[in-house]
Design a protein around this ligand. Structure first.
Ligand SMILES: [Fe+2]
Ligand SMILES: [Fe+2]
Length: 303
C-alpha cells in the first residue's frame, strides 16, 4: 500500500566493526530508529548532546548490560529501557552477554557512522588537498548552510540532507585536473567545461549510495536563480532551496577564505557582492537568512 514499507529482516543501511554493528531501520522527520548489536565485554556509551532537546531512547531486545549511574549499580536485561536527554556527562554500560538494543533518537546520527558517507568524505578530503584554497571549505559551508536553514522554514529531514550535501558538494572535483582547480588566470572554455562537470559527477557518486536523495542538491549547487548557473541553467522555481542555500554559503566561503591574510575586509566585500546580486543570482530569502547568520557570528556589522 502507498505509504507503507516493509523490510523483512533487513535494514536500510548498516555499519559493522569488531565490537558492534548498527543497522538503520527507519528515519523520518528528524527521528532515527536503529538496532545495535554489542559484543560481550564491549561498551555502550551515551554522550551528551549539543542540542538540549535531543532525546535518545534505548530498549533492550536481548542480552544484559551493566553500568553505574549516580553511584548506583544498574543491570538491565531484555525488556528494560532507558532514555537520555540533556545528559551532563557520558554514561557507560558494558555488555555482559551479546546485547541487542533498539535505539530511537531525535538527533540523527547514523550518517556519522555510515561507511558510505565516510568513504565519500575521504574523496572530499582529497579534493581539498588537490585544490590548495579549499582546506576545510566543505565543513565551513556545511556549518553556514545549517545555520542559514535554521533561519528559514525547512523540515528537520531537509536540514539533515542539506548538511550531508554541503559536506559532499564538491566531491565531483576529484575528476578535475589539479592545474585547472588551481589556475590563477582565466580558464579556457575547455577548462571551464571540465570544472562545470563537478556537480553532475558528485551527484552520480552519491546516487550509488543509500544517500541518493541528496544527489539533486549536489547537482544544483552552482545553479543561479536567473538561469545563468550550471550545469543545467535552471531558474529559481526549479532549484531546490537546499541547493540555493549551499550556493550562497559556498560563494561567500570561496570569496573570503581564498585570501585569508585579509579576511575581515574580504568578508565585507563578499557580503556587498552577494547583496548586489540578491534577487539576480541568489535567492533573496536565502541571502537575508545568511546575512543574519553572518552578523550573529560577528563576521559583519548588522545592518
Ligand atoms: Fe562546487
Ligand atoms: Fe564549493
Amino acid at each position: 500500500m502507498n505509504g507503507f514499507s516493509f523490510l523483512k529482516n533487513s535494514s536500510l543501511e548498516s555499519v559493522k566493526n569488531d565490537s558492534t554493528s548498527i543497522a538503520l531501520l527507519g528515519h523520518g522527520d528528524g527521528v532515527e530508529v536503529m538496532k545495535q548489536k554489542i559484543a560481550p565485554g564491549k561498551l555502550l556509551v551515551l554522550f551528551p548532546s549539543d542540542n538540549a532537546d535531543a532525546t535518545e531512547f534505548y530498549y533492550i531486545i536481548d542480552g544484559c548490560i551493566t553500568g553505574e549511574v549516580d553511584s548506583e549499580d544498574l543491570e538491565m536485561k531484555a525488556g528494560d529501557f532507558f532514555s537520555a536527554k540533556g545528559l551532563e556527562g557520558t554514561v557507560q554500560f558494558r555488555a555482559k552477554t551479546e546485547v541487542t538494543v533498539l535505539i530511537v533518537t531525535t538527533e540523527p546520527l547514523f550518517h556519522y557512522l555510515s561507511n558510505e558517507i565516510a568513504e565519500l568524505r575521504k574523496v572530499g578530503e582529497q579534493v581539498e588537498q588537490k585544490d590548495r584554497y579549499t582546506y576545510n571549505h566543505s565543513s565551513r559551508v556545511a556549518n553556514y548552510a545549517v545555520k542559514t536553514a535554521a533561519k528559514m522554514t525547512l523540515a528537520k529531514e531537509e536540514v539533515k540532507s542539506l548538511m550531508i550535501a554541503a559536506i559532499l558538494h564538491d566531491i565531483g572535483k576529484i575528476n578535475v585536473p589539479e592545474e585547472v582547480l588551481n589556475k590563477v588566470e582565466k580558464l579556457t572554455d575547455e577548462e571551464f567545461g571540465l570544472l562545470k562537470r563537478h556537480p553532475i559527477d558528485g551527484a552520480d557518486m552519491v546516487r550509488k549510495t543509500a544517500y541518493a536523495h541528496i544527489a539533486p542538491i549536489i547537482e544544483q549547487h552552482h545553479e543561479r536563480i536567473n538561469g545563468s548557473g550550471y550545469p543545467f541553467g535552471l531558474e529559481s522555481g526549479d532549484i531546490l532551496t537546499e541547493a540555493k542555500i549551499i550556493g550562497v554559503c559556498d560563494t561567500f566561503d570561496a570569496m573570503t577564505e581564498d585570501r585569508s591574510y585579509r579576511k575581515a575586509d574580504s568578508a565585507e566585500a563578499a557580503v556587498e557582492e552577494i547583496r548586489r546580486l540578491r534577487g539576480i543570482l541568489y535567492d533573496p530569502e536565502v541571502v537575508d537568512a545568511f546575512m543574519e547568520v553572518l552578523s550573529e557570528e560577528g563576521r559583519i556589522r548588522s545592518s
